[in-house]
Design a protein around this ligand. Structure first.
Ligand code: XUL
Length: 523
């Protein structure tokens, strides 16, 4: 025993990860890529359906089929699912699932003799689910903000201004455009609550972490806001599944999974959360001031906050942490690898050449600065691409390389100030995190230790850790989060870089110069 399963229902795949908490090891990690199995049957491309006009949907029945396939694969690989004590999961955030009045009954009567697909095809009042890539709801965002008293009011109430991808605007659009189907909808849930419902064989509530991605949840009370629901769509308070604490067991696993895959009858199901809130746990960020930065195409910063602070400028999303007490901030800097690669290519460098340039140049770059907007930027909001150089020679490859990395580090510092959290440690993941010279600059600019973390799937790991934490608590032997995450979310050995005080002092002055430069160019 001591084994837990974490599932991650993401845009392009469903992943299952089993942890063995007695050994501190990952026992299994299996992914079902949707395109490889369901492309023809569901007409998807990279997991999604492009329906025109910015509408991007996916197919909830496909996610159910993927669940069967994933569990069968784990079994075929020889994993004894009977040893799993509890399951929790993560879902791509914001996506909504629309069920008719037969759903609760169908979920409760699942028989192990036929696949989920055959038994659940009739439960949807809308065959497809709008997901986070959908950008078609600008009008509904404005209407929702106006309906609760303005942009600032929605921000204060829910922790976020209205975003096109968030569930509230998506639900409103459906109610407006297809009132008949909306009328036939008995239950609205999220990707996360839908996947948990399949497992529990009954409708499972939404957790506050994913509830925060709807524009409909009061971020302080962690309950639906009647004001936001009323402004969103008719009768929504009756249709939307309730919110439940993430660590309250949803119930035992449906007998369907017991008979079909050999799970133990007592295996518990916990509410699923969003993929980002689960990643917060999977990265070990369970104390305020712990921050992670994923260096990918875009750079994404995750932070654990003690309070639901918001950015007046809309520079990040705020979600409740599924740890039950804290909050998470998510800030996306669009010009991540995009900008690093643009500089590398502009100067015909390879990565070793890029790294050498960082080694050959001093912290502070002798006052040379760059605003690295190679593409329009999300944080800070910059509508049009345009690189700004200040005391920077565009023909000097070394200075250019240092300028782009310093800009990214300074920007991550300046635009996370609204969190009101002193950053104590920075965990860096993603492609560029293997570059020690880049990490040194982030350590010096933030004045805190930086360490590397390697994760195939932080969301699925976070889900498995949530199952462990919830199971111990439900068994009357709770353990602090810090102890739960420690064996699995640890720095790569030897990867920790301490800040250099002399360089940190240089950056202290440069932060204000960079801020002034930004303000001069983007107001
Ligand atoms: C977060 C967001 C995405 C989705 C899909 O706000 O839209 O990260 O959660 O992963």
């Amino acid at each position: 025993m001591g084994k837990y399963l974490g599932l991650d229902s993401s845009t392009q795949s469903l992943t299952g990860l089993i942890i063995d908490t007695r050994t501190g090891q990952l026992e299994a990690e299996v992914s079902i890529p949707f395109d490889a199995h369901f492309k023809a049957a569901y007409g998807i491309d990279k997991g999604v359906l492009h329906l025109g006009g910015g509408q991007v949907h996916s197919a909830p029945l496909m996610w159910a089929e993927a669940l069967d396939l994933l569990l069968q694969t784990l079994r075929d690989q020889g994993h004894d699912l009977g040893q799993i004590e509890a399951i929790a999961g993560s879902g791509q955030q914001h996506g909504t699932v629309y069920l008719n009045e037969t759903a609760a009954g169908a979920l409760g009567q699942l028989r192990g003799t036929a696949p989920l697909r055959d038994q659940l095809a009739g439960i949807f009042s809308r065959a497809t689910s709008p997901i986070w890539m959908d950008t078609s709801t600008t009008a509904q965002c404005q209407e929702l903000e106006a309906g609760v008293g303005g942009r600032g009011a929605l921000l204060e109430l829910t922790g976020n201004t209205a975003f096109e991808r968030f569930s509230g605007p998506q639900i409103r659009k459906f109610a407006q455009e297809d009132p008949a189907a909306y009328g036939r909808t008995a239950y609205i849930g999220l990707v996360s609550s839908y996947m948990a419902s399949l497992l529990a064989g009954k409708l499972v509530a939404v957790d506050p972490g994913d509830g925060s991605g709807t524009n409909l949840m009061d971020i302080r009370s962690r309950q639906w806001s009647p004001r936001a629901l009323a402004a969103c769509a008719p009768d929504l308070d009756h249709k939307l599944l309730p919110i439940t604490p993430a660590d309250r067991p949803a119930g035992p696993l449906s007998p369907y999974f017991v008979s079909r895959y050999g799970f133990a009858p007592g295996c518990q199901v916990f509410p699923f959360s969003g993929d980002n809130p689960c990643s917060l746990i999977g990265l070990g960020l369970v104390e305020p001031g712990q921050v992670a930065l994923s260096l990918g195409t875009s750079d994404t910063l995750f932070a654990c906050m003690d309070q639901p602070r918001v950015s007046a400028l809309g520079e990040g999303a705020v979600f409740a942490s599924p740890d039950g007490t804290h909050y998470m901030a998510l800030i996306c800097f669009l010009n991540g690898s995009l900008a690093r690669e643009a500089v590398r290519d502009r100067h015909h460098l390879d990565w070793p050449g890029f790294t050498a340039a960082l080694r050959q140049t001093p912290p502070g770059n002798q006052g040379a600065l760059m605003l690295p907007y190679f593409a329009p930027e999300i944080v800070p909001r910059v509508a049009e691409a345009g690189v700004v150089r200040h005391r920077l020679d565009a023909n000097n490859p070394q200075a250019e390389v240092r300028a782009v990395i310093e800009a990214q580090a300074l920007s991550s510092r300046i635009h996370s100030e609204w969190m009101g959290v002193a950053i104590r440690s920075l965990c860096v993941t993603g492609g560029a995190s293997t570059n020690e010279e880049i990490l040194k600059i982030f350590a010096d600019v933030h004045g805190c230790p930086v360490y590397r973390f390697e994760t195939a799937n932080a969301a699925a790991l976070g889900a498995a850790l949530r199952a462990h934490h919830g199971h111990l608590k439900a068994s009357g032997a709770p353990r602090p989060w810090k102890e739960i995450v420690a064996p699995f979310a640890k720095p790569l050995p030897g990867s920790t870089i301490q800040p250099n005080p002399a360089a940190t002092a240089v950056y202290k002055t440069l932060i204000d110069e960079y801020r002034k430069l930004e303000q001069a160019h983007i107001g």
